[in-house]
Design a protein. Structure first.
Ligand code: M6R
Length: 613
């Protein structure tokens, strides 16, 4: 999973590439590189400096020639081959004229490498990508122009790719193509661009277009034309982009993560805005699926990864309780390969902030192949998941840049719970007044998140006392369980400390053996219906020497007697608690990570959008 960018026909080629790569770093940052191309010559620079690779590339390019009008750039998240400079993109063919960047995985690379080596090609990296450079080299030698050479090369390739290829003997052309991995094209007068996503070229291009699977695009200064893999012309769909660059900047915060944590009240507010008609009917303007179809749903399956999976787990409780539908939650990467059963009336909901997570996309494709109707919950308008699904509900959290997802989670829970209420409305499993009361509570969440955020100082005070700790258990019951999972995920992602999320009732079936002095247990205790039970679990870990941090409702008078530290949050309906309880857990992870000197926006080994399986 990597970020790619390309520009052709620009007076600011180098600046465009470097700036774009800085914006694409969230996709990977093990190494970075660019190739500038002009007639008969390719200038290449590559660096492998871990999280500082793009910054190092900028330094490396200090003396780069300024008169190249075309080039490509790449920031890498290593899959095949260690994160070293030789494996950094762009890769070149034997002549050094063909340069290529790639996001994805060429699955049959070993067989192609073997064939190409036997025909005399010399490889300089151990990546899967380099085979494509040599395939294009052979096809060019047979007289094909760059578009046809890339097209024919891709016919030999299995796997996923967003790819861009240049050739110094056709220097005003970039050929780009996509299968599974994201790719957009941009245009401005006299210049064309490509990138993994829009923000990379947002302030350069004036129009943006989505490239679909198995489409190949030839970009030149005059614009672009697209064909399918057979060479038949195709039209790219223009994207509607409603963000400005400022939304992608930090807006005065130290980092994107703290900015995005602070934006959570707005994320929930915007996601819930205008979703109800005067008569109380819940509406999703973008949901292209009829009420009748929703009424006929017999079973719901949610597929997602990471934080989105935890939001999906919250939704299971809400849909089952309110709409009385049976719900399964599947880890997207497991769903596709376990021969899932899709009966008539199965609604599959793919939940993904980016809408580009390949595991989730593949899971929903599998579900569609087996006859399910698919609804996407996506934060990115026109994302791949949104485009492919039968229907979509957009969370309106705004652009999320930090690798650790925060505001997307609360927006996803809000959207999914609203959908659960819509299903209950259609199935008449709740009365009108019950739905009204719940909607009233849902609309208060934004303000309650703001209250939780205002107590940041309490969290920081706890964090300063815990900098020495190494082992954390996060426990909860009912929807407190996915909240605990999400709290543990945040902590491990950005502090690199060991943290496990557990259903509190399950502790006694094994993990209790690990509890001893020095272990920190973070207990989510806000669910009024489960309060006694969770207090018993807290007592069990206290008795074994754990230090307990409780997330507790403002009116909880018992918690002080059993917990070492209490982080207070406003009281709400139990089903809504994940959106509020997650706030002190995010802040705790953030505060500990800063205290430990971690790079919170760019944790090691991770990337924002995971476009490899
Ligand atoms: O874009 P998606 O919601 O599909 O991403 C899913 C996960 O990769 C993502 O939530 C990941 O777990 C985050 N780093 C969590 O903070």
């Amino acid at each position: 999973m990597c970020g790619i960018i390309g520009v052709v026909g620009s007076d600011e080629t180098l600046a465009t590439l470097l700036q774009g790569l800085e914006r694409l770093e969230y996709r990977g940052y093990d190494s970075a590189g660019i190739a500038l191309v002009r007639a008969g010559h390719t200038w290449r620079a590559r660096t492998a400096e871990g999280t500082e690779s793009v910054a190092a590339l900028r330094l490396e390019c200090k003396d780069a020639p300024q008169d190249y009008r075309s080039g490509i750039g790449h920031t890498r998240w290593a899959t095949h081959g260690a994160p070293e400079a030789e494996n950094a993109h762009p890769h070149l063919d034997c002549s050094g004229h063909v340069a290529i960047i790639h996001n994805g995985i060429i699955e049959n690379h070993a067989q192609l490498r073997e064939e190409l080596s036997q025909r005399g090609h010399h490889f300089t990296s151990v990546t899967d990508t380099e085979v494509v450079a040599h395939l294009v080299e052979e096809l060019r030698a047979r007289g094909l122009d760059l578009l046809d050479a890339v097209r024919h090369a891709l016919l030999r390739v299995r796997g996923a790719f967003a790819i861009a290829v240049m050739d110094a003997s056709e220097p005003d052309v970039i050929v780009a193509a996509r299968r599974i991995s994201p790719l957009v094209v941009g245009t401005a007068p006299g210049v064309s661009y490509l990138a993994s996503d829009v923000p990379a070229i947002l302030d350069r291009a004036t129009a943006f277009y989505a490239v679909n699977d198995d489409e190949v695009v030839r970009l030149g200064p005059e614009g672009f034309r697209a064909v399918d893999l057979e060479g038949a012309p195709v039209r790219l769909r223009q994207l509607q982009i409603d963000w400005d660059l400022e939304t992608a900047e930090k807006g005065g915060f130290d980092d994107f993560m703290s900015k995005e944590i602070a934006e959570q009240p707005d994320a929930v507010f915007a996601t819930l805005l205008d979703r109800q008609r005067g008569d109380g009917t819940i509406v999703f303007d973008e949901l292209r699926i009829s009420d009748q179809e929703l009424r006929e749903v017999r079973r719901v399956v949610l597929v997602a990864c990471g934080t989105s999976l935890h939001a999906a787990q919250v939704a299971k409780y809400a849909i089952e309780r309110w709409a009385r539908l049976s719900v399964d939650v599947d880890i997207a990467s497991e769903y596709r390969y376990r021969d899932p059963i899709v009966e008539i009336g199965t609604l599959v909901i793919g939940v993904s902030q980016s809408g580009e997570t390949i595991d989730t996309i593949q899971a929903t494709r599998e579900a569609q192949r087996r006859g399910a109707r698919v609804v996407a919950i996506s934060n990115i308008v026109d994302s791949s998941l949104a485009r492919e699904a039968d229907a979509v509900i957009y969370t309106r959290a705004g652009l999320e840049v930090s690798v650790a997802s925060t505001k997307a989670f609360v927006a996803q829970v809000a959207a999914l719970e609203l959908l659960a209420l819509r299903l209950a409305q259609l199935r008449e499993t709740l009365t009108t007044s019950e739905i009204e009361a719940l909607l009233g509570g849902l609309h208060e969440i934004s303000g309650q998140i703001a209250t939780a955020l205002s107590r940041r100082g309490d969290v920081d005070a706890v964090a300063t006392q815990l900098l020495h700790a190494h082992d954390y258990f996060f426990i909860g019951r009912h929807v407190g369980f996915p909240t605990a999972l999400e709290g543990a995920l945040k902590l491990k992602e950005i502090t690199y400390m060991h943290a496990e999320g557990y259903a509190a009732g399950e502790l006694k079936h094994g993990p209790l053996a690990l509890i001893e002095p020095g272990v920190i247990v973070v207990a989510v205790t806000t669910d009024a219906n489960m309060h006694e039970k969770i207090l018993s679990n807290v007592a069990e870990v206290k008795a074994r020497g754990a230090t307990v941090i409780a997330v507790a409702a403002d009116d909880d008078e018992q918690i002080g007697a059993v917990a070492d530290f209490v982080l207070r949050v406003p009281r709400t309906d139990p089903m809504f608690t994940p959106m509020i309880d997650i706030v002190p857990l995010q802040l705790l992870a953030y505060s500990l990570a800063r205290g430990l000197g971690r790079n919170v926006d760019r944790p090691r080994n991770l990337a924002k959008t995971v476009t490899v399986e």
